[in-house]
Design a protein around this ligand. Sequence first.
Ligand code: ZN
Length: 243
Amino acid sequence: MRILVISDLHANLAALEAVLADAGEVDATWCLGDVIGYGPDPNEVVELVRTIPSLTCVLGNHDVAVLGQMDDAVFNTEARRSLLWQKKQLTDGNKGYLENLPQNALVLGDVTIAHGSPRDPVWEYILNTLVARLNFQGFETSYCFVGHSHIQCMFQLDLIKDRVSLEIPKVGQTLALTPRAILNPGSVGQPRDRDPRAAYAIFDPEAGTWEPRRAAYDIFAVQERIRAAKLPEKHAARLAEGW
Ligand code: ZN
């Protein structure tokens, strides 16, 4: 069984298309939120997401903000500029689709999925072992998949030594998972781990494996679209280097 795990698409259509093509045939897709924000194609990305079969998707902080369910003053100036532009662009149909997605963590078999963290699904970043340790108490399943930090990584809780480790797994390497772990597939539309290729992962619940993967796409064309829409230059520049 192959489950495609994606997160932080951020209105980057070319990156999402590259991931779907690179992943090939899958049995289900789990999306960890932030479908919109930052990028130039909010409607196109929501529309493509809507066509993905067997999709489970939770909302991220950018999605919640665009729906007007959060004060956008909490975002920095550049992120807010993109959000206001996207708010204007999004069709009622696409807004309605996002409005019906959950903001809370979901349990899917032996996995909990959330945008940020299981204990604070929309906002908390899991960036270090201390925050990861606190979050291992926030879910009951063996595994938890989160996005939000845009960094492809794995936090492993060693139950015997009671130790939490942070690992950056090698791209394309299939990891045999052992309970318990918090896994981040990285970001499709705006990677921040210095690898500009779109990030995602393939999870096999039967084999108990996780394969972090990357897909190359035409970054230059997306940068041009960001500039044409007069969105912040920073959001174009960072795509080329993955920060
Ligand atoms: Zn994000």
